[in-house]
Design a protein around this ligand. Structure first.
Ligand SMILES: [Zn+2]
Ligand SMILES: [Zn+2]
Length: 292
């Protein structure tokens, strides 16, 4: 991994963290505007869906089909989550599925030593450490060939920085429109920008660390993936990660009625309104066959 790549990842990780500290300091002794928290909430939901629905279930696994223009919109929105350019994300994640919890997996928490120390080192590596070591390493031409051959996707990939800036400029503009002051605009930009990105990062990274370490399993698959119920709402259903590793192409990660899967709900709504088709669904029989 090049020095520039390492530095840019470090910046991407540290800036949101600094933003959270600044937001906390500003909050101290004052009250944050409701509108800024609303901007945080809306931006969080929209941009995490860009990753869960877009980068992950649509572009990595092709679990449903949709219009080309909508693919581009979703890829642009997913870029605002600041988890790397679209082709790097997809390539790294396909590599993770190809070598889950084995040699070649870019971010497994396993195989980092024995005992408690090995567990802590492994969890750290899977959560964040790999970003400074293996992120963006999976060859696009090999692991993301379909995107690589798509001019529109290549453009969205190359203009990643612009989407990141847009993800902060939008909250700024909304804050200014609502509060009418520069202070209001900056506050909304802080909560809708760095604070949102910080939350998004740690929720998504927890799928790589927590969901390969703690939690429950019920299918017979040869990896360490787990379902983690308390992470499901915040991660928009991605924490049913053991279900996902069992049936990677399934558009729905929550397979039981009580397995909360907001991304799946959105895909159902898209199917009902004909924005999505060929939605991959796993029959109860196939699920039963895979039970451990
Ligand atoms: Zn996984
Ligand atoms: Zn996946």
């Amino acid at each position: 991994m090049s020095r520039v790549h390492q530095l840019s990842n470090l910046t991407g990780v540290m800036l949101p963290f600094v933003g959270v500290i600044v937001a906390g300091a500003l909050l101290w002794g004052t009250v944050v505007r409701w509108s800024s928290l609303a901007v945080l909430l809306v931006m969080y939901v929209v941009t995490i869906l860009g990753v869960t629905l877009g980068f992950h279930r649509l572009l990595t696994h092709r679990s449903f089909q949709t219009f080309k223009w909508l693919q581009y919109v979703i890829a642009a929105v997913g870029s605002m989550a600041v988890q790397g350019p679209v082709m790097s994300w997809v390539a790294d994640h396909r590599k993770h599925h190809a070598h889950t919890d084995q040699e070649g997996d870019p971010h497994t928490p396993h195989g980092h030593g024995e005992g408690v120390k090995g567990a802590i080192v492994g969890l750290w590596y899977a959560h964040m450490g790999w970003l400074f070591d293996k992120s963006g390493q999976a060859e696009h031409s090999r692991y993301a060939r379909d995107l690589y051959e798509d001019r529109g996707m290549r453009l969205i990939h190359r203009t990643f920085g612009l989407w990141v800036v847009a993800g902060i400029a939008i909250p700024f503009a909304v804050g200014y429109a609502v509060a009418g002051t520069l202070g209001g605009a900056l506050e909304a930009a802080l909560w809708g920008g760095p604070v949102r990105i910080f939350l998004l990062h740690h929720v998504t990274w927890s799928i790589n660390s927590v969901c390969h370490f703690f939690g429950t399993r019920r299918f017979d698959v040869d990896d360490h993936s787990t379902n983690v119920f308390w992470l499901a709402p915040l991660s928009m259903g991605e924490a049913w990660h053991h279900n996902h590793h069992t049936f990677p192409r399934s558009a729905f990660h929550g397979l039981k009625a009580w397995e909360i899967d907001p991304t799946g709900w959105v895909i159902r709504a898209m199917r009902a309104t004909r924005l999505a088709w060929n939605v991959v669904e796993i029959t109860p029989e196939r699920q039963r066959e895979k039970l451990a």
